[in-house]
Design a protein around this ligand. Structure first.
Ligand code: 3PG
Length: 194
């Protein structure tokens, strides 16, 4: 899952095209810049072949804003009760964020089995997910945070990992230079990982 920060609105569509051309079917557009919602809207309307979602949903109101912009899924780094309820209210699929066993259990108690594990590398990495697969087998994760092309495979090899996310596919320098061919190549390499 490419976790993308868009600073210039005009980059949104070429980035999405490069990712989908490289074989990645989804993009998590983070709500970290003033143009993020417009970028989601542009991708949703101009690159319908990629599934665009909103990432970095940290306040309840952002869930509805992302839905209105055309996001088809939501990702949050955390999972407060009000955030969970706002994301449920959109009717969209979403990944709440977890980093500890108690947070994972709280999300399971809310009736959700798919979640983000963030920040993955700083929170114990693949070893953490492997260790909790036996006591907490119901939870499935999308780890993100500090993962690279070199370490993604360690996560993807785990039975409780559904996908892996990160910004290594769309580094800031490639976006700044408009190097869409290189983004496509990174996407192709990632698509071949599993
Ligand atoms: C996220 O929001 O998932 C992270 O910012 C991605 O982490 P990374 O930039 O270390 O890949």
């Amino acid at each position: 899952m490419p976790v993308v920060v868009i600073d210039r609105l005009e980059d949104a569509v070429p980035v999405a095209r490069a990712l989908v051309d490289g074989g990645l079917p989804a993009i998590e557009l983070t709500l970290r810049t003033p143009v993020a919602l417009e970028a989601i809207r542009a991708i949703a309307t101009q690159v319908p072949e990629i599934l665009v979602g909103a990432g970095t949903v940290v306040a309840p109101a952002q869930a509805r804003e992302a839905l209105d912009a055309g996001a088809r899924f939501l990702v949050s780094p955390g999972a407060t009760p009000s955030l969970l309820s706002a994301m449920v209210d959109t009717g969209l699929p979403f990944l709440p964020g977890t980093a500890t066993v108690s947070e994972v259990l709280a999300v399971l108690e809310a009736g959700l089995t798919e979640m983000k594990f963030f920040p993955a590398e700083a929170s114990g990495g693949a070893a953490f997910l492997k260790a909790i697969s036996s006591p907490v087998p119901a939870a499935r994760f999308c780890p993100t945070g500090g993962i690279t092309a070199a370490t993604a495979g360690d996560y993807l090899a785990l039975a409780n990992v559904g996908c892996v996310g990160g910004s290594w596919l769309t580094p800031a320098d490639l976006l700044r230079d408009g190097d869409w061919a290189r983004v496509e190549a990174l996407a192709r390499a990632a698509a071949a990982l599993r």
